[in-house]
Design a protein around this ligand. Sequence first.
Ligand SMILES: *Cc1c(COP(=O)(O)O)cnc(C)c1O
Length: 389
Amino acid sequence: MLTDPYNWIEQSLTTIHKADWYRSVQTIQSRSGAIVQLEGRKVINFASNDYLGLAADERLIQAAIAATQEYGTGSTGSRLLSGHRQLHRELENAIASLKQTEDAIVFSSGYLANLGTIAALVGKRDLILADQYNHSSLKNGAILSGAVVVDYAHADVEDLKSQLVQHRQHYRRCLIATDSVFSMDGDFCPLPEILELAEEFSCMVLVDEAHATGVLGATGAGCVEYFGCTGKTLIQVGTLSKALGSLGGYVAGSTALIDFLRNRAPSWIYTTALSPADTAAALAAINIVQQEPKRRTQLHQNLDTLKQLIAQKLPHLKLLPSESPILCISLDSAADALKVGQQLKAAGIFAPAIRPPTVPTSRIRISVMATHELAHLEKLVDVLSAIAR
Ligand SMILES: *Cc1c(COP(=O)(O)O)cnc(C)c1O
């Protein structure tokens, strides 16, 4: 007897529901910002990656409109065919200037930047050493490359070293790949130590600066700058869609690396170029990051204030270690996280429950923005205190 070959999909959904892993979208009905309209209700937004509040900045909006008027909505082709505009080059130059690298290349998303770059850099004869908490795009890029992937314990230099001792000699090239700020935890990779090991064992290093660009370092260049590693040879990947308020991804590094990626990264060669609007908005954002350091200062002040308020009023809250604007409250189960997420929303706070399979343990994830006001942070802590009681 033949079974319906699609039946398993509904069964699989039932399993997802039973585990409290089921997810669905929520509609925001206003411009992005510290306060948003979420499904008909005004809420304070602690769920956004728009750390500097640039996604609704009038200058980005006007830049996107002007670029659309000039070039149209679509870029009409891949970069190597008909998609390239001078704006793309200007954006790449601006990224290289922010990162203090020789060159940069923009992709249609950060996800595609990781897929294409990892697949271009390593293959079947090579080894990838990956932090176990790496972002999905790094993990899938590693799979796509066909290289042998060995995970090391999260941010654990000792474990990375012992994996290198054990495996490095059996492979041609080796790539160490890691988030710089871990997207679902908020802590940092031990970058200086990783770079030392890379030198000792002749490995390339790829760091994903998605949550660090615009946020960390004196000029907003990211974790590489924060750790004083500017100018070291490494491969920096990132996104234009978080602190830069637009859409797209990038790789920054040496002239040879970028030239190579233009010839070998499939997710750059065989996809349509970034739209004029996204490109122009990202370019405007980088100018603001470089010219208005006070936004970054305000973000870090807000973060300090929130941490102080939590220490005073919620000393028993289980916070995961973090030095970035991502703060996570650890909870025992997916069901608990969902419940707290719903209680927060009912009280006018938008902070999502993050559950397996995205992360190993359930949590409420709070993102602080430069545009949060003191009253927003106080309200968050008051609501959390009420829930704790
Ligand atoms: C968000 C994110 C990405 C993906 O970037 P997009 O531009 O949204 O595709 C990649 N890596 C990390 C660490 C991220 O947090």
